[in-house]
Design a protein around this ligand. Structure first.
Ligand SMILES: [Zn+2]
Length: 368
């Protein structure tokens, strides 16, 4: 099952785009535009591979399904409906591959070379609403806490220490693979961290925001509202929190922990929606070996590295039912390109699209 999605997030040329975001401009060896990496590029390379193999009259050893959702970015129903339909037909995919990791440079500081990051699992996601109550009144004589200052205090209490860092099994596996590549002192350090996951959490948490997000449940306040007039003390204020859960946490445990940290009877914590982290797919299966072989053919210098995907994807509707779900788009993405996803100047290298097509052709040809 090869998955992608056709929808994209909005883009406004005023937000720093150097070309119109929906022109699909081809320049400097790249295709520029919203969706180039997320997720039309990955979708295109699946289609190119399948069409090329059909043109050659190739018949795969297993059925190959293509699953293209149209509402991934709004957590829509399309992929869920596809998974339900497959289950109702008694289809049980041997391998599911959806967006996620990519081919990147130096996945961690001190680890040279390129890596194909294949997500064995993905973090859970929870949306919470904090509602603070306070005494209203005239702003000329404030006393005690207003709803806004209570809310500010609650958010301040929910600092990164709310969730202690802890390395899931997939991350220990990732460190072991990277440690074997790194050599020297960094290699030794990574191998030690891999074998002592209790140490790996705190160390990665200090290495920057991306490594930190691999080893901890993160929490970000994303929306804020309160007050009705410039000169009136606010009696209500609300904030929205977005949490991403590492394996081992659940919706229930993080809600309980947020309530304990806020510890204010006048601030309520309400669960808006949530999904638990995925199970971790195996890295020693035949399906994973097929991915590894396809990476080897299309990106011969890239080390295959299992990792934990930080975003939620359509694949979550599949991992609930089937054990072999992986998250990898066979495209090269520099740090700047990764930042352009959901940002400005999203772009994909044309040569990379060709290698992505080769990856899928190899994957389909290699099925047995
Ligand atoms: Zn996407």
């Amino acid at each position: 099952m090869l998955m992608a999605h056709v929808d994209v997030v909005p883009a406004d040329q005023g937000d720093g785009w150097s070309a119109p975001p929906f022109d699909g401009r081809i320049a400097e060896g790249f295709v520029w535009g919203r969706g180039a990496l997320d997720d039309k590029g990955p979708l295109l390379v699946i289609l190119e591979a399948v069409e090329e193999l059909l043109r050659q009259g190739f018949s795969p050893a297993r059925d190959v399904y293509l699953s293209f959702g149209g509402d991934e970015e709004v957590f829509g129903r399309a992929a869920a409906a596809i998974a339900e339909t497959l289950a109702a037909r008694g289809v049980s995919p041997w391998l599911v591959l959806d967006e996620g990791g990519a081919v990147v440079d130096a996945p961690l500081p001190f680890v040279p070379g390129r890596a194909a990051m294949i997500g064995l699992g993905e973090k859970g996601i929870v949306t919470l609403r904090l509602r603070a109550r306070g005494d209203g009144g005239h702003a000329s004589a404030p006393r005690g806490h207003t709803a806004i200052s209570r809310l500010a205090r609650a958010i301040e209490r929910l600092n990164p220490a709310t969730f202690p860092p802890r390395a899931p099994q997939t991350i220990a596996r990732m460190l072991a693979v990277l440690g074997a590549r790194a050599g020297g002192v960094p290699g030794v350090v990574l191998r030690v961290l891999a074998s002592v996951p209790r140490l790996a959490g705190p160390v990665l948490a200090r290495m920057g925001s991306e490594p930190a997000a691999l080893v901890r449940t993160t929490l970000a306040a994303t929306r804020l509202s309160g007050g009705s007039a410039d000169n009136v003390l606010p009696s209500h204020a609300t904030a929205t929190l977005n949490l991403r859960l590492i394996p081992g946490d659940t919706v229930g445990t993080v809600v309980a922990r947020v309530r304990r940290r806020v510890r204010d009877p006048k601030v309520s914590v309400e669960l808006v929606d949530g999904s638990d982290p995925s199970p971790e797919s195996p890295a020693d299966s035949a399906a994973f070996a097929a991915l590894r072989a396809a990476v080897g053919a299309a990106f011969p210098d890239a080390l295959v590295v299992p990792y934990l995907m930080m975003q939620a994807s359509d694949a979550r509707h599949f991992h609930r039912r089937w054990p072999s779900v992986y998250r990898f788009a066979p495209l090269e993405m520099s740090a700047a390109q990764r930042a352009s996803i959901h940002g400005s100047d999203e772009r994909v290298e044309i040569a990379s699209l060709e290698r992505g097509r080769d990856f899928h052709m190899e994957l389909i040809r290699g099925l047995s």
